[in-house]
Design a protein around this ligand. Sequence first.
Ligand SMILES: [Zn+2]
Ligand SMILES: [Zn+2]
Length: 269
Amino acid sequence: MFSKTGIRFVVCLMVFVLALTTAYSFTGRNICGKCRWIGTPDATVCADCQNPMNQCLKCMTLNRVDADYCAKCAMPLAEMRVLSSIDPSVRTELKLGESLRAQAELDIKRLEYLLHTDPDNAEKYMYDLGMRHQQINFYSRESAIWLDFLSKFPESSKQNEVKVFASESLRKWSYLMYSQGRYSKAVELLNESVRLNPDNKEARRWLAISSKAARKGDRVIEVPEAKAIAVPERTAVEVPEAKAVVAPETQAVEEPATADAVETKGANY
Ligand SMILES: [Zn+2]
Ligand SMILES: [Zn+2]
């Protein structure tokens, strides 16, 4: 027998794969999931059985078949089309699409879409986008958004608040770099962190620690490409396999881990 977690994993995987394959194609989207009626791109409900063709599960708006984002709340509809094809009781039972992570990812897509379609309110969307990344502990992306915000909206009333956020996300990101032996990168991030918020004592403390480590040299070779995959040095046997940019074992730093350092555990993509 499969466990509930097992079933949930398989269904989530199905939803993900289906969403990927349906997101960029119109094929099949105009076919009613219940009775196979074939609709036109502007249809919102099936003419035969009244089944919604492209309903937003967040605000329940009945969208046109050809819509990629909800006309009312701008949520992305690709995943919802797949989710709505799954029996509602199964959906509820498995809490599909309800995790904080899943919700945040949908909201991030919504905000990125609105940034393009409604540039007049870009300041608000970019702020929300930063907060969403903060919620899911995606520090590198969060930092980039805050830095972008600071340069794009120098007159914003949120400048000081965003500087504090940016300083914090850079500090947390630097822990990941430190834990991977990329000390000079950690120093670079912490310098920026302290510049943005000179009162960030924890960043100052870690700047001293990282600088000391960086003087002895990084344990990994810097890859120039953007993906920045950490490559262990041949002789550095103690370097754990660098699987991704953001190592889940962040708490495994050599210095005493702080509460914040522990926070970053398994928190990233
Ligand atoms: Zn139908
Ligand atoms: Zn909606």
